[in-house]
Design a binder for this molecule. Sequence first.
Ligand SMILES: [Cu+2]
Length: 117
Amino acid sequence: MRYTLLFSLLAAFLITACGTDAPDVADDEQVIDIEVTNQGYEPGQIELTAGVPTRLVVTRTGDSACASQLQIPEFDIAPTDLPQNEPVEFTFTPTAEGDYAFTCGMDMLTGTLSVHS
Ligand SMILES: [Cu+2]
C-alpha cells in the first residue's frame, strides 16, 4: 500500500520531469539558484532547456569585489551589481543550443550555461 503510493508519486514526478536533468523545471519556467563565493560560482555548470524561460537567482555570499557583479553577454545582460547576501534575479529565454558563459564584471570568474533541447 505504502509502496504503491510511493510508486505513483514517483511515476507522476518522472512524467512531469520528462527525463531532463535541468533543475526545477516547474510549469513554464526553469529556476536555478546560484551562489557566488570568493572562489566562484556554485554551481558553475548549469544545464538549461532551450525555449524555456529561465530565472537565475544569484546570491553573492563572498565579500570579494571581483564577485560583486554578474554579466551574461550572450543574453544581453550587462554587468549587474550583486549586493552581498541579497538574491538578484536574472531572466531570459535561451533559444539556441550551446554553451554560454556568465562571468563577473571583470570577466575573471566564469560559469557555463549549457543549453540543450
Ligand atoms: Cu572579477
